[in-house]
Design a protein around this ligand. Structure first.
Ligand SMILES: [Zn+2]
Length: 128
């Protein structure tokens, strides 16, 4: 299927790697964890220690990586649906949503809908 067709620009997920989220549905409901990866097109995210499954692997290379992996059974964090988690605000430490605001100087910023504090996002540029 061709996917090159221009499509209406949808806002990507409000959750980024490095954020802390609370799981609100599913097997790991109530747990919190750090977001490792996001899959915006599938609206899924991977959270450290959440949705862990055992995966049987053959010796080879890890998917998307250059690191050689041993064969055997490994713990693997399966992606979970974006709608099953909520962002945790570092300022008020409560599950929240992010509000997009534009500051007077024209800079776009994020803030917590609950406490109104600017949401400080730690950009992870180093490899995970
Ligand atoms: Zn807050």
């Amino acid at each position: 299927m061709l996917t090159n067709r221009p499509r209406p620009r949808r806002r990507l997920l409000d959750i980024a790697p490095g954020d802390t989220v609370l799981v609100i549905a599913g097997r790991d409901r109530g747990k919190t964890g750090e977001v490792l990866r996001t899959l915006p097109r599938e609206r899924k995210i991977v959270v450290r220690g959440i949705n862990v499954v055992k995966r049987h692997t053959k010796p080879g290379r890890s998917a998307g990586g250059t690191r050689a992996i041993q064969g055997g059974i490994v713990d693997f964090e399966a992606p979970l649906d974006y709608s099953n988690v909520m962002l945790l605000c570092p300022a008020c430490n409560r599950p929240t949503r992010i509000k997009h605001v534009v500051l007077e100087n024209g800079i776009k910023a994020l803030e917590c809908r609950r406490c109104g504090e600017p949401y400080e996002r730690t950009r992870r540029t180093e490899q995970q």
